[in-house]
Design a protein around this ligand. Structure first.
Ligand SMILES: C[S@@+](CC[C@H](N)C(=O)[O-])C[C@H]1O[C@@H](n2cnc3c(N)ncnc32)[C@H](O)[C@@H]1O
Length: 175
C-alpha cells in the first residue's frame, strides 16, 4: 500500500517486513523496477548481513514506519527498532513514525473496565492485535538516548485514527 505509490516519487524504495506472507503479497501485487522488498525483523536489522548491501550508501533520505510502531511493544524493542532505522538514515534524513497509538488516549479507546481487562488479557496470551499504546515521554526519552531529535505531530482531525494516534518526525540532525 505504501511502497507502491511512494515509488513514483523516489529513486529507490526498500520495503521491509517481518512477515514472509506480506513480502510475497507485495512482490506479487506491488512490484516496480525501483522497489525492492526485504524480509527482516526491523529490531534485528543491524545484525542482518544482507541489509547493508540493499540500503543506499550513506543511508536513506527518508524512512517511513507507518501504522506499525505499536508492534514494537516493549521499550527494548522500540529502542532497537529506532536504533536500526537511525543507523540506516542519512545524516540529514527524516524518519516518520506514523499512526502511533497514544497512552494518554488509552481510556478513550477502551472506555469500560471490561474492554481494558480484555485488552490486557489478550496481551498476556499474546493474542492482542492492538499492540502497545506509547507514552510520548517514553518515546522522547528513547529517541534522545539515541542522539535523535523527535517532534510529535498531531494528526488532522478528519483522519480516521486521529482520536487516539499521532505521528512523530525523528531526525539525527538538530531541528
Ligand atoms: C498494520 S501493518 C502496516 C503496514 C503498512 N505500514 C501500512 O501502513 O499499510 C504492520 C506491519 O508491520 C509488520 N511488522 C510487525 N513487526 C515487525 C518487525 N519486528 N519487523 C518488521 N515488520 C514488522 C507486520 O508484519 C505488518 O505487515
Amino acid at each position: 500500500m505504501l511502497t507502491f505509490p511512494l515509488a513514483d516519487n523516489c529513486q529507490q524504495v526498500v520495503g521491509v517486513d517481518i512477515s514472509s506472507e506480506q513480502i510475497a503479497l507485495a512482490e506479487a501485487h506491488a512490484s516496480k523496477d525501483n522497489i525492492r522488498y526485504h524480509l527482516a525483523d526491523v529490531t534485528k536489522l543491524l545484525q542482518d548481513p544482507a541489509f547493508p548491501t540493499i540500503a543506499p550508501q550513506g543511508g536513506f533520505d527518508k524512512i517511513n514506519l507507518y501504522f506499525s510502531f505499536q508492534y514494537f511493544d516493549t521499550q527494548t524493542k522500540g529502542k532497537a527498532a529506532l536504533k536500526a532505522m537511525l543507523h540506516f538514515l542519512k545524516e540529514d534524513g527524516i524518519l516518520l513514525l506514523g499512526d502511533v497509538p497514544e497512552q494518554k488516549y488509552f481510556n478513550t479507546f477502551y472506555p469500560t473496565l471490561k474492554s481494558k481487562i480484555k485488552y490486557h488479557l489478550k496481551r498476556l496470551i499474546q493474542q492482542d492485535d492492538m499492540g502497545k499504546f506509547w507514552n510520548e515521554k517514553t518515546l522522547k526519552q528513547i529517541a534522545h538516548s539515541l542522539g535523535a531529535q523527535i517532534e510529535r505531530i498531531e494528526q488532522p482531525a478528519h483522519l480516521p485514527y486521529a482520536d487516539y494516534r499521532c505521528d512523530y518526525l525523528i531526525r539525527k540532525a538538530p531541528i
